[in-house]
Design a protein around this ligand. Structure first.
Ligand SMILES: Nc1ncnc2c1ncn2[C@@H]1O[C@H](COP(=O)(O)OP(=O)(O)OP(=O)(O)O)[C@@H](O)[C@H]1O
Length: 275
């Protein structure tokens, strides 16, 4: 992928030699592959999916056909489209749960000129958090603390590690607004919105670079939906989010980049047309 800076009009306020300040107070570069201005100023990275196709082993049908995505860090990407078009299949590939039949998924850093400044880095599963649809169905412990720290070392470890894990836990709990909830509470007794917060916290303790959410608003009442939207807005300041959803209207204000998945696993960039 290649990208290049937008040519500066003479009246622009110049930030360095290659970026400009738009009236909306965002800096921009133009990404050739995305064919659009990126809301980033200079050194930045993008999560990239390049020419990814997927055919389940033993079958003859491609569920995904040469899918391309370029999602700049700390932005919000939305994928929408009809049921059965392949959205969840794509998320599973990006999360590293399945391997693409062809194509690649990686992180690319760019310099001030918008040129790749190093070889692409592999997007390893540890760098990606994924919250599945109806995540509360997969809660497996009987208290909030164990749910968030599931899989952490239980044996007496060194103090530094414990301190590190404790601070991660605190940050995750605070960032999803769970700090008013006792850590010994049964996750199954939480309200719908709080269950979603807990599911997000279980991923945030891993400090992912990219957080993927499959239908984060599904099955919630209006109040919980509004809470989750607010929370996603807050999380967007800290990390990159890629969301699959049918709830376009409610998420529209958060979306920086959007794609429509056509039946047959063909992904097309398409701005949202909701008001
Ligand atoms: N392992 C598999 N083998 C064969 N077909 C599969 C496999 N996994 C998924 N499919 C099919 O691939 C298609 C895409 O499924 P996927 O779950 O990705 O769609 P989706 O767009 O996420 O749908 P929804 O919005 O309903 O969640 C569906 O027709 C599904 O039945």
């Amino acid at each position: 992928m290649a990208s290049m800076p937008i040519t500066l009009p003479s009246s622009s306020s110049v930030l360095g030699s290659r970026t400009l300040e738009l009236p909306t107070v965002v800096s921009a570069q133009f990404c050739i592959r995305c064919n659009r201005a990126l809301k980033v100023s200079c050194n930045h990275s993008c999560f990239e999916v390049r020419d990814v196709s997927y055919r389940p082993p033993g079958t003859q049908i491609n569920l995904l056909n040469e899918v391309n995505i370029c999602l700049p860090e700390k932005s919000f990407g939305l994928i929408f489209g009809r049921s059965g078009s392949g959205k969840t299949t794509l998320l599973q590939l990006i999360a590293g749960l399945t391997k693409p039949t062809s194509g690649s998924i990686y992180i690319q850093r760019y310099d001030n000129d918008g040129k790749p400044n190093q070889s692409p880095e592999q997007l390893t599963p540890e760098r990606v958090g994924i919250v599945f649809q109806f995540p509360e169905r997969y809660f497996i412990t009987d208290n909030v603390l164990d749910e968030v720290t599931f899989g952490w070392p239980r044996q007496r470890g060194d103090l530094q590690l414990k301190e590190l894990l404790a601070s991660r836990l605190q940050r995750a709990i605070i960032s999803v607004g769970l700090h008013g909830i006792p850590l010994d509470k049964d996750p199954h007794s939480l309200s719908g919105g709080y269950k979603r917060r807990l599911a997000l916290a279980t991923q945030l303790v891993q400090i992912p670079n990219l957080l993927i959410l499959d239908e984060p608003l599904a099955g919630l009442d209006w109040k919980a939906r509004a809470d989750v939207v607010k929370l996603l807005k807050h999380l967007k300041k800290e990390l990159t989010l890629l969301v699959v959803s049918h709830d376009l209207r409610e998420l529209a204000s958060l979306v920086d980049h959007s794609w429509k998945m056509e039946m047959g696993g063909v992904l097309k960039e398409e701005p949202l047309s909701v008001q």
